[in-house]
Ligand binder design. Structure first.
Ligand code: CA
Length: 430
């Protein structure tokens, strides 16, 4: 997620000029979806192992900041229980090597180190959900704009870094298994279009990928190994990456893509390019990250990536109904891809930690790591986090309102597994 922060940054500057300007939803305000209009797809058409995933990497920081989550009837419940009850079968969690400064202050974004991942993995397992492990191999966000090596790896040559990555992967996965996590998939790197752990030469990147894959095979042989790219709209790029990985003999099972409709073209194109990878290279494919806004309102005094000021033209309305319809269509798109195995929604519970003021929220973002970046991240990422640190840029893409009440759109996941799939959709086969 590089572009979101950039987009958020300039909107943030505007909002700072004019004051917070956030229109805070009223207490107990609920947003309804027209359930009758939800298309529902047949359970017999979604394989039992089809991944209906949710990334909730920020949840522990959110909870420490005082965020609570409520079921549709207003009952406070554990977030994981709510998600499991609504058809989510897989929880995705990012892992950063060391997202803290020398004094132990967290960089933010959930402060997602292996300890946080273990707690999330355990709670997922307690609710009979599997875990999708997202190694960034960095101390903070890794995406097409930055793939900084972890602090401890900065002075390593490629041979040393390869062994460090292998050891870190093995040790992290063992720690997750020790707490009872049910590891379904492990992705080696996050949106690695431009590099991995500070390496930009593909020969070196592939050495790192191969070491990571070997570590997964050795430590948890049941898990699928995934590679994760983004920008599916760039013609020919995915086949180039897949050919490059094949050239260097990288061993993996799943070729995954991010898909945010405001930047990444049409779902038809996404389906075409991933299906082509599946047919040509024999890999499973999936949508590793996606999200859609249910409102254009911001609720935490930190500008959102999708707002009135940024992407106003979208294929669905920015309503709870629009969000539900988007989720249904994404599941349909992924299920109909050649070797399509799932969809994972990104950070569907990263809501406001407070509603009163940016100053008040900033204290929580810094203390608990519940914003996208804290002020402490400047030492590691001065150009982006150092200048634009703050809260959630995706609170309007969550499945909970600003007070933590579940939105009706969350029901889209279980609805996708509960009804009849139209004939014309299943006809493409897979
Ligand atoms: Ca926000």
């Amino acid at each position: 997620m590089k572009k979101p922060w950039i987009a958020a940054a300039w909107v943030l500057m505007l909002s700072l000029l004019i004051g917070c300007g956030a229109e805070i939803p009223a207490e107990k305000e609920r947003m309804a979806v027209q359930e009758d209009s939800l298309p529902v797809y047949g359970a017999e058409e979604l394989p039992g192992e089809f991944i209906l995933g949710m990334d909730v990497s920020s949840v522990l920081a959110e909870e420490r900041s005082g965020v609570k989550y409520y079921d549709f009837d207003g009952t406070e419940r554990d977030l994981f229980a709510i998600l499991a009850a609504n058809g989510i079968n897989t929880i995705r969690v990012r892992i950063w090597n060391d997202p803290f400064d020398k004094d132990g202050n967290g960089y933010g974004g959930g402060n997602c180190d292996i300890g946080a991942a273990c707690e999330i993995g355990r709670r997922a397992a307690d609710n009979e959900m599997k875990l999708l492990v997202d190694f960034h191999y960095s101390d903070f966000w890794a995406d097409p704009g930055k793939q900084f090596a972890p602090k401890a790896w900065r002075d390593m040559d490629i041979g040393e870094k390869t062994e460090a990555l292998r050891s870190f992967t093995e040790e992290s996965l063992r720690a997750l298994l020790d707490v009872g996590a049910s590891i379904r998939m492990v992705q080696i790197g996050n949106e690695i279009n431009s590099g991995l752990a500070g390496e930009t030469e593909w020969q070196n990147i592939c050495r790192l990928l191969e070491a990571g894959a070997e570590a997964v095979r050795e430590t948890c042989p049941e898990a699928m190994v995934a590679v994760h790219f983004t920008d599916p709209q760039r013609a020919g790029s995915f086949s180039w990456y897949a050919e490059t990985l094949a050239h260097y003999g990288v061993d993996y099972d799943v070729f995954a893509s991010s898909y945010y409709p405001c930047w990444h073209g049409t779902q038809e194109n996404l389906s075409a390019v991933l299906s082509d990878i599946a047919r040509t290279f024999g890999k499973k494919v999936m949508v590793m990250e996606t999200a859609y806004a249910h409102t254009l309102k911001d609720s935490d005094c930190f500008a959102n990536t999708v707002s009135e000021d940024t992407f106003a033209e979208e294929p669905y309305p920015f309503t709870v109904q629009g969000q539900a319809d988007f989720v249904n269509d994404m599941i349909d798109t992924a299920a109909c891809m050649e070797k399509g195995i799932g969809v994972c929604y990104w950070e569907g519970a990263w809501i406001a930690v407070g509603t009163r003021s940016r100053e008040e929220n900033s204290e929580k973002w810094n203390q608990y790591g519940s914003g996208w970046a804290s002020g402490f991240a400047a030492e590691y990422d001065p150009e982006d986090a150092g200048r634009y640190w703050g809260g959630s840029a995706v609170d309007n893409q969550a499945f909970f309102d600003a007070q933590g009440h579940a939105l009706e759109s969350l029901k889209a996941f279980s609805a996708a597994n509960a009804g009849e799939r139209p004939e014309e959709v299943t006809a493409s086969g897979k």
